[in-house]
Design a protein around this ligand. Structure first.
Ligand code: AMP
Length: 189
């Protein structure tokens, strides 16, 4: 089972991906987490990504896609993966299709977690206080929302056109969102 979790920043993709990882026993591939890991370890890739992340912009596709290709090649991804924060634009979505096709695989479902915009901003500002994420300040949040609207949201049409999107109400308690997600994923498998 390969699935792509879609939703704006603050929709709860990371939380839900981690829970789904446990429920389905397939790994979460979070490009944001992978980049943060590189940043922390001051790798060349981390240094390259830092400016983009600080500004809330997308890291260039060739870098991101190369990182995902490496991750997907690892043995734990042979039977499935939960993509969280990837793809973020149409070019990345096409690249993901190609990568999976090379493995004779394909995406089975694209749960889209929707949350009203004012709730999102409130959540992101709260997360900034709790987790201290450098990119959760007001200006970066604004950029990330704009990048989402312009580049990532078109993925909804891209995946809807091939019948993969299932809408999930993200404005509920975490357990309720998880229940709906697991039900949708089970129905698709
Ligand atoms: P996230 O944790 O998914 O919100 O990602 C944090 C930051 O990492 C983003 O604002 C981007 O700068 C970068 N990033 C994460 N995933 C991607 C991606 N798929 N493509 C480009 N940049 C990404």
């Amino acid at each position: 089972m390969y699935l792509v979790l879609l939703g704006p920043p603050g929709a709860g993709k990371g939380t839900q991906a981690k829970r789904l990882q446990m429920a389905l026993s397939i790994p979460q591939i979070s490009t944001g987490d992978l980049f943060r890991h590189h940043l922390k370890n001051a790798t060349e890739l981390g240094q390259l990504a830092q400016g983009y992340m600080d500004r809330g912009e997308l890291v260039p596709d060739e870098v991101t896609i190369g990182m995902v290709r490496d991750r997907l090649g690892q043995p734990d991804c042979a039977n499935g993966a939960i993509f969280d924060g990837f793809p973020r634009n149409i070019n990345q979505a096409r690249a993901l299709d190609t990568l999976l096709a090379e493995m004779d695989k394909g995406i089975q479902i694209v749960p889209s977690i929707y949350v009203p915009r004012d709730v999102l901003i409130e959540r992101l500002l709260k997360r900034a206080q709790i987790e201290g994420r450098a990119d959760d300040n007001e200006e970066t949040i604004r950029t990330r929302m704009q990048v989402y609207e312009e580049q990532t949201k078109p993925l909804l049409d891209f995946y809807s056109a091939i019948g993969l999107v299932v809408e999930i109400d993200g404005n509920q308690f975490v357990d309720e969102v998880q229940r709906d997600l697991v039900a949708a994923v089970t129905a698709a498998s």
